[in-house]
Ligand binder design. Structure first.
Ligand code: BES
Ligand code: ZN
Length: 620
């Protein structure tokens, strides 16, 4: 229907859409080339993009983007075509060096979409593609709240950039970009680029991104946003109601950047700002260069969840500067980032805080290892013919972290830090494969004996956790465990628990381990005495909801439904729906989801759809 609307409104695209059908015929989805090592992109290594000039009009009424992508390209002598990834894009006219050409679209491959083949010569310099996004482009979420200005944001990692930009959507291909974006009056546009700090009257914004980035880091947000600076190179964007709150919460951000630079070298992206998104944002944070996108659920009111900022900031080195070559190497992005995040947290808040976080990471990892099939617990993943999203779990993050920590403990911190600093510097704006990293490790850091003792192959290519995994221990969390056991055994009562003095990590440790078969009144007494359901910390609230569902504490269901209406963060939403199903509340889950589904981003929808076996006919 939306498509019909476009046809009526924009005559240009009347032509383009029919043209698209005419010229479309089946083309094999992928040809062999040096790039065929990336199973999630159709791009070919003999013709790649180098710079993007993007002109776009964002229509928040139609929920579409009308755009032209003009790429400067680099070709090898044998290049006869350039291949881009697209998914659900309406492609209009395509020009090569200003001359209109006939393009072809490959067959629709599950998850990957359709390869766009553009005929070129090896002397071609520039390609230009006119296109319109579909109303339900998977990367984009259009947020409409009664009485509030419209909001839209993109979330492209891992392979959704192609749903709003025809691009070579492989993390191994980098390009610089400039953009001219027009948005409705009263709104500001922000990108993973040099950003405005004020609204423009015309609704037109110009962006420059001078450092080359892979397509998954191409990002846009449009809303009624204001800016408040933290220091000369950091600041916060948010809607006016949350701006001051967010500004107070992120006070430590300037220091985080300083500490990170001390650890692993100069920050390469000039500014570091954070944008607070609506509750529907599907992740905790996304490391879009120069501008981290963040969920409002980290605004606890007491700075207790700022490790997420440390994490996204750390990606400015691990991930954005040295990027995983394919999604099979995802641990190179996330494992390194968890390690770096931990180091920032330790520098700023001390060893015991960092050890609490590491101990909770181990707790989560144990749970994930118990759930996943063994072959999905290797660090090097095998995601061919699968949605890369399947590999985006604790293995890459926390098994990756423990691998690096195990190496650190073997060689000593000083040596490991020098190695890492040099690694980021010598591979800056480059790509890394798992095998490449292992080569570097063995040639630059580890001697044969050390490599053997650590068991590199085992870590990378075997399931589970090797027996030499670095151990973590937190005195604080041990105390919590001991108190919990006494409390469960009725040796102590609620008022013997130092709940009010506990940090969020201690509270989370307690709630996430309580035996849910205890009497309902005992579970309920926790809320009566500690007012947990009114708490600002979303991690603690989440642990409380999980415990309550498992304990069949139906008294929380109204609050739970309200939470699920406000929050679309998959890490919270999916386990909550799953717990409802497992605990015999599938119809409660379905009723809530009926209301909340339209408000979620596609990545959250896809996960919950699968979980609830949401009928095909009910799906969009
Ligand atoms: N890059 C990820 C988010 C992501 C991963 C998006 C895979 C799409 C596919 C981001 O840096 C991240 O890891 N976010 C975490 C927070 C972190 C503190 C573990 C999240 O969203 O919870
Ligand atoms: Zn991350």
């Amino acid at each position: 229907m939306q498509r019909a609307l476009v046809l009526l409104i924009i005559p240009l695209f009347l032509w383009s859409c029919s043209n698209q059908k005419e010229t479309t015929h089946s083309v094999p989805p992928m040809k062999s080339s040096a790039l065929s090592f990336d199973p999630h992109s159709a791009a070919q290594s003999n013709a790649i993009v180098k710079h993007l000039n993007w002109t776009a009009k964002v229509d928040t009424e139609l929920e579409m983007i009308f755009a032209t992508a003009n790429y400067t390209i680099q070709t090898k002598p044998d290049a006869e075509e350039i291949v881009l990834d697209t998914k659900n894009l309406n492609i209009g006219e395509v020009r090569v060096d200003g001359k209109k050409v006939k393009f072809t679209l490959g067959e629709n491959v599950p998850y990957l979409g359709r390869a766009l083949h553009i005929p070129i010569e090896s002397s071609s310099k520039e390609i230009e593609i006119e296109y319109v996004t579909e109303a339900n482009a998977e990367a984009l979420l259009w947020v409409k709240t009664e009485g509030q200005a419209p909001f839209m944001f993109s979330q492209s990692q891992a392979i959704l950039a192609r749903t709003w930009l025809p691009c070579q959507d492989s993390p191994s291909i980098r390009f610089t970009y400039s953009a001219d974006v027009t948005v409705p009056e009263g709104l500001i546009a922000l990108m993973s680029a040099e950003n405005p700090q004020q609204k423009s009257e015309s609704g037109k914004y110009h962006f420059e991104m001078k450092q080359p980035i892979p397509a998954y880091l191409f990002a846009l947000a449009v809303g009624d946003l204001s800016f408040k600076s933290l220091d000369e190179r950091t600041g916060v964007y948010a809607t006016s109601e949350v701006l001051d709150f967010a500004h107070a919460e992120f006070q430590d951000m300037p220091n985080m950047v300083n500490v990170a630079e001390e650890l692993y070298g100069a920050y390469a992206w000039e500014r570091y700002d954070v944008l607070v998104l609506p509750g529907a944002f599907p992740f905790g944070g996304m490391e879009n260069p120069r501008l981290t996108f963040a969920t409002p659920t980290i605004l606890a009111g007491d700075k207790s969840l700022v490790s997420l900022i440390a994490h996204e900031l750390a990606h400015s080195w691990s991930g954005n500067l040295v990027t995983n070559a394919t999604w099979n190497d995802f641990w190179l992005n996330e494992g390194f980032t968890v390690y770096f995040e931990q180091r920032i947290m330790e520098s700023l808040y001390g060893k015991s805080k960092a050890e609490m976080l590491a101990t909770l990471a181990r707790q989560d990892l144990n749970a994930t290892l118990a759930e996943l099939p063994a072959e999905d617990t290797h660090l090097k993943l095998a995601l061919e013919n699968r949605n890369p999203d399947d590999g985006m779990n604790d293995i890459a993050y926390n098994k990756g972290y423990f691998f690096l920590r195990t190496i650190e403990e073997k060689v000593g911190r000083e040596k490991f830090d020098a190695f890492l600093k040099n690694y980021f510097q010598s591979h800056a704006f480059g790509v890394m494969t798992t095998e490449g990293f292992i080569d570097i490790l063995t040639s630059e850091l580890l001697n044969t004996e050390e490599a053997e003792v650590i068991g590199l192959e085992k870590w990378i290519y075997s399931p589970g956790l090797p027996s030499n995994t670095a151990t973590v221990e937190s005195g604080e969390l041990n105390k919590v465990d001991a108190l919990r056991l006494m409390w469960e055994g009725e040796e102590i009562q609620n008022n013997d628990l130092p709940w009010n003095n506990w940090s969020y990590q201690e509270r989370y440790r307690f709630l996430s381990n309580v035996n849910f078969n205890l009497s309902l009144s005992k579970i309920q007494s926790l809320d009566a005495d500690f007012h947990i359901s009114k708490i600002g910390n979303s991690e603690v609230l989440f642990a409380w909801f999980m415990l309550s569902i498992q304990a069949k504490n139906e008294a929380v269901f109204a609050d739970l439904a309200q939470f699920l209406e406000k929050v679309g963060r998959r890490k919270f939403v999916a386990p909550l729906f799953e717990a409802l199903v497992i605990s015999g509340y599938k119809s409660v889950a379905v009723n809530i989801y009926l209301h909340t589904r339209p408000f979620y981003h596609s990545v959250t929808q896809n996960t919950v759809d699968e979980l609830l076996e949401w009928g095909i006919e009910e799906r969009k």
